[in-house]
Design a protein around this ligand. Structure first.
Ligand code: ASP
Ligand code: MG
Length: 406
C-alpha cells in the first residue's frame, strides 16, 4: 500500500516531536508499505519568517516573500530525513523544485497544476521513505511559489491523488474535526466522519483544521482523508463523499475572526456596478465572502462584503485606485471588529426552520446580526467579534451538539 502522511507545524516543532513523527513513519514502513511524508515548517516558523521580512520591508515583494517562506519547509524535511536515517531507515527529502510540483505564478496563493511523479516513484521503489516539502510549488519560470497559508494539506492531497495512494492521513495537534472549536465551546464533540461538502464549508469558514483547497481537491479526485492527532493513537475523523445515514441536523459550528467588512457606499444604482466592483478585486486574486447589497435610494446603493483580514489592505488599495474612475462611490468604510459564525450540515437540506433556530439562539443571547448568507448546507452570520465566542456556545447548545457526558 502507498500511504501519504502529512504532519503540521506543531507535530514537528522540536527534536522530540520530530522523532515522534519519524517513529510513526518507521512503523508504517516496517509493515511493508510505501510511505510519503509531507511536512509543514516547524512550529511557528512561517510566521517568524514573515515577521523577519516585514522588519526589512513592510511591503515585501510577493515573489521574494515566497522565496523566503519556502525555507521553512526545507528545514523540517531535511531534519526528518536525518532523523529517519539515525533510526536506520533510508529516507530522502525533496523540495517542490526537485519533485517537481508545478503551480501557477500567483505568489502567496499559487494553485497546483500538475506533479511530476517519476522521481518520487523511483525513490519509493528503492524502498526509501520520501519526505516532501508541503506548501511549496514552482512556476513556469522555475520560481518558487507558495500555496497559501496552511497549504501543506493541499500538497498532501495532491500527491495522494497523483500517485493513487491508498490512504491520505493528515496529522495535527487535535484529535480530528469537532462540532465546534473545543477552545471556545467546552463540550464540543469529535465527529467520526464528515462529508467533503460539510468539511469544505467548515474549512473555508475558518474551522482551521484543513486548508480548504485540500478538501476541494480531495472531493474532485475522490481522495478519502483521515484527520487525526500526531500525539496519540486516537482514531480521528474520516472525510469522505457521504457520511452515515443517521445524521444530526447540524454537523458543526464554525467561527472565523480573521475577517473584515468593507462597505462601498453611494454607488450608482445601475447595471454593471457590482460586476465592476468584484471584477477589480478578482483581478487581484482577492477572495470575497459574504456580500450584502442595500436597497437603492436616490439613485444610489451600498454594497458591503467581507474579506480575509490579510487581504484587507490589498482590497482597499484596489478599490481606492478605481474609486474616481469606475466605481464613483461616496465613501469606503471598514469594520475590522467583526467575526463570522456559521452552522454547517447536510441534514439542513430537508429540514426547514434551521435558520430560524440559529437566529433564535442569537436572540436569546442578545446578539445583533449584521449580515446573513446561506448555502444549501450552511448558514453564516456576521456579528461583532466581541460576541462571537458567546454566540458559538449558544448556537452549539441550541442544536444539542455537545457530548452528553460533559
Ligand atoms: N508552513 C505553512 C504555513 O504556516 C504551510 C502549512 O503549515 O501548511 O502556513
Ligand atoms: Mg494546517
Amino acid at each position: 500500500m502507498l500511504i501519504v502522511k502529512k504532519f503540521g507545524g506543531t507535530s514537528v516543532a522540536n527534536k522530540t516531536r520530530i522523532f515522534n513523527v519519524a517513529r510513526r513513519c518507521v512503523a508504517e514502513y516496517k509493515k511493508g508499505n510505501d510511505v510519503i511524508v509531507v511536512l509543514s515548517a516547524m512550529g511557528k516558523s512561517t510566521d517568524e519568517l514573515i515577521e523577519m521580512a516585514k522588519e526589512i520591508n513592510p511591503k515585501p515583494a510577493k515573489r521574494e516573500l515566497d522565496m523566503l517562506m519556502v525555507t521553512g519547509e526545507q528545514i523540517s524535511v531535511s531534519l526528518m530525513a536525518m532523523a529517519l536515517d539515525s533510526l536506520g531507515v533510508p529516507a530522502i527529502s525533496l523540495n517542490a523544485f526537485q519533485v517537481a510540483m508545478h503551480t501557477t505564478s500567483a505568489y502567496g496563493n499559487a494553485r497546483l497544476k500538475n506533479i511530476d511523479t517519476e522521481r518520487i516513484k523511483n525513490e519509493l521503489e528503492n524502498r526509501k521513505i520520501v519526505i516532501i516539502t508541503g506548501f511549496q510549488g514552482v512556476d513556469a519560470e522555475n520560481d518558487f511559489t507558495t500555496l497559501g497559508r496552511g497549504g501543506s494539506d493541499t500538497t498532501a492531497v495532491a500527491l495522494a491523488a497523483a500517485l493513487h495512494a491508498d490512504a491520505c492521513e493528515i496529522y495535527t495537534d487535535v484529535d480530528g474535526v469537532y462540532t465546534a472549536d473545543p477552545r471556545i465551546v467546552k463540550n464540543a464533540r469529535k465527529l467520526d466522519e464528515i462529508t467533503y461538502d460539510e468539511m469544505l464549508d467548515l474549512a473555508s469558514l475558518g474551522a482551521g483544521v484543513l486548508h480548504n483547497r485540500s478538501v476541494e481537491m480531495a472531493k474532485k479526485y475522490g481522495v478519502q482523508l483521515v484527520v487525526r492527532s500526531s500525539l496519540n493513537e486516537n482514531e480521528g475523523t474520516i472525510v469522505k463523499e457521504s457520511a452515515k445515514m443517521e445524521r444530526m441536523l447540524i454537523s458543526g459550528v464554525a467561527v472565523d475572526k480573521d475577517c473584515a467588512r468593507i462597505a462601498v457606499i453611494g454607488l450608482l444604482d445601475q447595471p454593471g456596478v457590482a460586476f465592476k466592483l468584484f471584477n477589480h478585486l478578482a483581478h487581484h486574486n482577492i477572495n470575497v465572502d459574504v456580500i450584502l447589497q442595500s436597497i437603492g435610494r436616490d439613485g444610489t446603493k451600498d454594497i458591503s462584503f467581507t474579506v480575509a483580514k490579510d487581504s484587507l489592505d490589498d482590497a482597499l488599495a484596489v478599490l481606492e485606485s478605481h474609486r474616481e474612475t469606475s466605481l464613483k462611490c461616496d465613501k469606503i468604510d471598514v469594520d475590522r471588529d467583526i467575526a463570522k459564525i456559521s452552522i454547517v450540515g447536510a441534514g439542513m437540506i430537508s429540514n426547514p426552520g434551521v435558520a430560524a433556530k440559529m437566529f433564535e439562539a442569537m436572540y436569546d443571547a442578545n446578539i445583533n446580526i449584521k449580515m446573513i448568507s446561506t448555502s444549501e448546507i450552511r448558514i453564516t452570520v456576521i456579528i461583532d467579534q466581541a460576541d462571537v465566542d458567546r454566540a458559538a456556545v449558544a448556537v452549539h447548545d441550541k442544536f444539542g451538539l455537545g457530548s452528553p457526558n460533559t
